[in-house]
Design a protein around this ligand. Structure first.
Ligand SMILES: Nc1nc2c(ncn2[C@@H]2O[C@H](COP(=O)(O)OP(=O)(O)O)[C@@H](O)[C@H]2O)c(=O)[nH]1
Ligand SMILES: [Mg+2]
Ligand SMILES: [Zn+2]
Length: 364
């Protein structure tokens, strides 16, 4: 690449509204003021380089949302510093276990669980990360079952910065309520992220009698099908990297072949043969269960891996005395198992983990 005197204008696709816009090159960033809970403009053009960098790291820009179809939203001021942002969406029925899985996954990534793949993880959006930590990771570590995701969420859950041999890349995760995913309203804002997603994790739950009385069906129903159709409506998306995570696999933790895969830790180094073997086992398992709808992403996309995971390691039970209902807790604590596997596969398929081995992941 040749150096240019004028900085090129970068066209960025906003992960929140999926609009594209020229990234503002101006000398102003927005700084969130905790006192007033408002974003305030800060002129950084006259600051020293070091101070400017500091301000940018903690600063934001407001997305101009050219289509004008969403509430005001903000992106980290450094979002466009990196090439090829990755936007990962989670898809699944209500109560499938999406929020718990995402929490367990992000938590292990921040604990540098991807180090064996040459990847380090930090927060790109500190405020968002702190919120995510307070709202999800902390209660999760304390054994609380997490509250349901409210409908109508359009904001990303967390934006990570992953650094590896494939370069530094922002990774944005979206977690929306399953109800929104099942809505056939094509203009549903909450599912807009499907248009900007460049990787998807489909979440299928192992059912149990405990789910029988639960509020909704935990298995895909329409959510996979509708998401697949929407995703395939975007040109080029047949090559979208996707993973199917069969979660709550702790419910069959002593049953082969589930036991074998659950016990695998993130390990070190990418092993496409192992990912392939696991995918084959999960495929056969879902097929035997007659979970045709859950295998739909495998048929629809060229690159797909399948995994057994457990976010909590066991079922939650009511915290109070019987009959008092109330909060659910993981009484025996939480023990996530194999939760990084779908993420590792996605990172390999999208080039964040580079190399010839990564090129094989997800292919038949
Ligand atoms: N046994 C078991 N239960 C889980 C696991 N993950 C979530 N759950 C339970 O499944 C329910 C739904 O989880 P949640 O993450 O809110 O589902 P979401 O609606 O898809 O986001 C909650 O009651 C959790 O306690 C898991 O890995 N194992
Ligand atoms: Mg949820
Ligand atoms: Zn936007």
């Amino acid at each position: 690449m040749t150096a240019t005197l004028q900085p090129a204008i970068r066209i960025v696709r906003c992960p929140v509204c999926a609009d594209e816009f020229p990234w503002p090159a101006g000398g102003t960033v927005l700084v969130f003021d905790e006192g007033t809970a408002m974003y305030k403009p800060l002129d950084v053009s006259r600051l020293s380089a070091a101070k400017r960098e500091g301000a940018r790291r903690g600063g934001y820009i407001q997305c101009p949302n050219p289509a004008g179809d969403m509430a005001p939203h903000y992106l980290p001021a450094t979002y466009a510093d990196y090439a090829d942002p990755l936007v990962v969406g989670l898809v699944g029925a209500p109560m499938a276990g999406k929020t718990h899985l995402l929490t367990a996954m992000i938590r292990e990534a921040y604990e540098q669980g991807l180090a064996g793949y040459g990847i380090s993880t930090s927060a790109l959006d500190f405020r968002r990360h702190r919120n995510f930590h307070q709202q999800f990771v902390k209660p999760f570590e304390q054994g609380a079952a997490l509250a349901g995701t409210s409908t109508g969420i359009t904001e990303a859950a967390d934006i990570l910065l992953v650094r590896g041999q494939g370069g530094d890349r922002p990774v944005t995760f979206f977690d929306v309520a399953g109800e929104d995913l099942q809505s056939t309203d094509t203009l549903n804002r909450s599912t807009r992220f499907l248009l900007s997603a460049n990787a998807v994790i489909f979440v299928h739950a192992l059912e149990d009698s405990a789910d029988a009385g639960a509020t909704g069906a935990v298995n895909p129903g329409w959510s996979f099908e509708l998401a697949v159709e929407r995703l395939l409506g975007v040109p080029g998306n047949a090559d979208l990297p996707v993973a199917i995570a069969v979660t709550k696999a702790d419910r069959m933790r002593y049953v082969p072949p589930v036991d074998r895969w659950l016990r695998r830790d993130a390990g070190s180094g990418l092993d496409p043969e192992r990912i392939h073997a696991e995918s084959r086992d999960v495929y056969a398992f879902l097929h035997r269960q007659g979970a045709v709808g859950s295998l739909r992403p495998f048929e629809a996309f060229r690159r797909c891996t399948l995994h057994f995971v457990s976010a909590s390691g066991g079922d939650a039970s009511p915290a109070g005395s019987p009959g008092h209902g109330g909060e659910q807790r993981f009484a025996r604590g939480f023990r996530p198992a194999h939760v990084l596997a779908p993420l590792v596969a996605i990172l390999a398929m999208s080039g964040v983990i580079p190399g010839p081995d990564a090129g094989k992941v997800g292919l038949p």
